[in-house]
Write a protein that binds this ligand. Structure first.
Ligand SMILES: Nc1ncnc2c1ncn2[C@@H]1O[C@H](COP(=O)(O)OP(=O)(O)OP(=O)(O)O)[C@@H](O)[C@H]1O
Length: 266
């Protein structure tokens, strides 16, 4: 359903040795991937590996230098129709829930942002109050939250509201860019359980960008390892232990406790 084919991205950077000179720094090199309907693809890489750049390309915000992004057979960047198609089908949840929800909006207004999109697209008059109550319930919040402001919510609760906004416009795909990284470990697990539940209930497809391998193994079907802008490994999560890629192995070794003689004597 969503496909990237040999995507390359570079940014202009100023040259230190010339007053008016500039070069281009390449950030993504021939990145290709395919997200199958109803699955969750994890994109894993350390800081600066190009994950968010890839996220921006996927959600239609950054046109690649070369390569193609396709949604259901339509090229996203070739025409306005392609971008529209993507906007209709994809929602995004960002890491920074505090800035992605307007602090002057009540929770009901935050969720309404997504409902407006749905109403415009489906040309159908929505009953906002009823829809907001339904969406709050869907993400595990009571209807009393509708009148609160973002600063009156915990991080986990506010991220639930952002998730409600993301699904309120009936997307097919949701892209999560480090969406649980700022939460404490316990809340992370609760949100991941919610995401698994929503994926089933609403038949969603996920793209989950993170630097955390544990959340990939909890949520994802496939994983793509990104290292300095290159895809170094791309495989099903249940085959992850078979990877020969050095970078992937290094990450795996950081979370797997090996049964060594040394460990036994401790
Ligand atoms: N708009 C931009 N202009 C110039 N360089 C950029 C721009 N956006 C990103 N970069 C550079 O691209 C590289 C990859 O950045 P990106 O934010 O995609 O990495 P990341 O893997 O998401 O890192 P993090 O996990 O720390 O957010 C970095 O070297 C960054 O400085």
């Amino acid at each position: 359903m969503l496909q990237l084919d040999k995507v390359c991205v570079s940014f202009r950077s100023e040259r230190q040795d010339k007053i008016f000179g500039h070069t281009r720094q390449q950030v993504l090199f021939d990145v290709s991937l395919k997200v199958k309907k109803g699955t969750c693809l994890g994109i894993l890489g350390e800081s600066g590996s190009g994950k968010s750049t890839m996220g921006r390309v996927i959600c239609g915000l950054l046109k690649p230098d070369t390569g193609e992004v396709m949604i259901d057979g339509t090229s996203v960047y070739a025409s306005r129709k392609g971008r529209k198609e993507l906007q209709n089908k994809l929602s995004v949840v960002f890491q920074d829930y505090t800035t992605s929800a307007n602090p002057r909006f009540r929770v009901s207004d935050v969720i309404k942002e997504g409902l407006f999109v749905r109403q415009r697209r489906e040309k159908e008059k929505l009953q906002y109050e009823k829809e907001i109550k339904k969406l709050l319930e869907l993400v595990g919040l009571s209807e009393d939250f509708a009148d609160r402001f973002p600063h009156e919510l915990s991080g986990g609760q506010l991220q639930r509201v952002c998730i409600a906004r993301a699904v309120s416009c009936n997307p097919q795909i949701v892209l999560f860019d480090e969406a649980i990284s700022s939460l404490d470990a316990h809340t992370q697990v609760q949100i991941m359980d919610l995401l698994l539940e929503l994926k089933e209930k609403l038949q969603l497809t996920y793209i989950f960008i993170t630097h955390d391998l544990t959340s990939i193994t909890y949520l994802c079907d496939d994983v793509l390892f990104l290292y300095q802008g290159h895809v170094t490994e791309y495989l099903p999560v249940d085959k992850i232990s078979q990877t020969k890629d050095q970078y992937a192995r290094k990450l795996l070794e950081s979370i797997i406790v090996f049964d060594t003689e040394e460990a036994k004597t401790v």
